[in-house]
Design a protein around this ligand. Structure first.
Ligand code: BDP
Length: 328
């Protein structure tokens, strides 16, 4: 009897201790997102956070800080690498300066369209990129669609690289993008996303480039009346998590977080398709001239030095570039 009582007391104490341990071990993650409400990635990141909380039984909870309030994208990436921010929705463009393998997807015109890009991500190139990102502390656990980026400006439609010549164009932080604009005779200018509206409206830059949902959601269409469909960059985005934080989770918790990221990504792809069409309609209704480019050949030809420089600096990536181009 005494023994049984002791045993049961011991069992109760252990249960209390375990509960305390698991409560204190609950992970509260902070996630970065640059987008505002109304952008597909805002809703997808909220969904990710909800699914993680539900599927880990609250062992992992995520607070998403939208609108870039935790800092610019290059700063936030560094914070995730350091573990000061735990996760985020990042574009692979600004990841290129940190992880050279990621630059494969930032080569202008490397992909024919978004499905081609996703097929490449599913293959060896995707494994090389994910592996290198994970080693750099940025583990990708879901891939978002970011459509295609095109040029916009105020002076008239862009139909050839000559039209870009002489223009100061804002690009995301990556030498490949400055090189891309410079190869057309323009002046590629890296700048934080949050500063682009004012730079366009005051003429600090002549133009910028982005996909239609971002062009609309932050109001760039109010200060740039021509959107020319160059579609020169098709870059995926990730839900990325600090690698060490993720690996510290049990196998079950890792599986739960991964499945949340996969389902949030599937949701994002559907929202993205809808929002691209909605944004096209909205900016056209607001008076933006959407210009189709009859021949993108001269833009592609102008990119030869950009590829040559990248391959010279990263000879080990050449085979993956060829494999990506040859992927059906
Ligand atoms: C948007 C991306 C975001 C970038 C932004 C930019 O979703 O990650 O920060 O473009 O141009 O399309 O900086």
């Amino acid at each position: 009897m005494t023994f049984n009582l002791k045993t049961s007391l011991y069992a109760t104490a252990t249960a209390v201790a375990l509960a305390a341990t698991s409560a204190s071990a609950a992970d509260n993650w902070r996630a970065w997102n640059v987008h505002q409400e109304g952008h597909p990635n805002y809703a997808a990141m909220d969904m990710f956070a909800e699914l993680v909380e539900a599927r880990t039984g609250g062992e992992v909870s995520i607070e998403v800080f939208h609108g870039g309030v935790l800092g610019s994208q290059p700063d936030a990436l560094e914070q995730v690498q350091l573990g000061a921010i735990d996760a985020g929705n990042f574009n692979l463009g600004p990841i290129g300066p940190i992880v050279k393998e990621a630059n494969l997807v930032s080569l202008p015109f490397i992909f024919r369209d978004v499905p081609h890009m996703f097929r490449v991500l599913d293959g060896d190139a995707g494994d090389a990129i994910s592996g290198a990102m994970s080693e750099a502390g940025l583990l990708p656990i879901g891939w978002f669609d970011a459509g295609a980026r095109s040029f916009y400006n105020n002076t008239g439609p862009i139909n050839s690289p000559d039209d870009v010549s002489g223009m100061k164009i804002r690009v995301m932080n990556n030498d490949l993008f400055t090189g891309m604009v410079n190869a057309m005779g323009g002046n590629g200018t890296p700048m934080a996303f949050a500063e682009v509206y004012q730079a366009l409206s005051t003429g600090v830059v002549d133009g910028a480039e982005n996909n239609l949902p971002s062009f609309e959601s932050v109001g760039h269409f109010e200060v740039a009346g021509y959107y020319s469909l160059s579609e020169h960059l098709i870059i995926p985005e990730c839900i990325c998590v600090n690698t060490a934080k993720f690996e510290a989770l049990s196998d079950d918790m890792q599986a739960a977080v991964r499945s949340a990221a996969e389902d949030a990504s599937t949701f994002q792809h559907a929202l993205w398709a809808q929002q691209t069409e909605a944004s096209r309609t909205a900016v056209a209704a607001a008076g933006v001239k959407i210009n189709s480019i009859a021949d993108k050949g001269p833009f592609q030809a102008a990119m030869a030095p950009v590829y040559a420089d990248y391959i010279a600096a990263n000879p080990d990536m050449e085979a993956l570039i060829v494999a990506a181009q040859e992927t059906e």
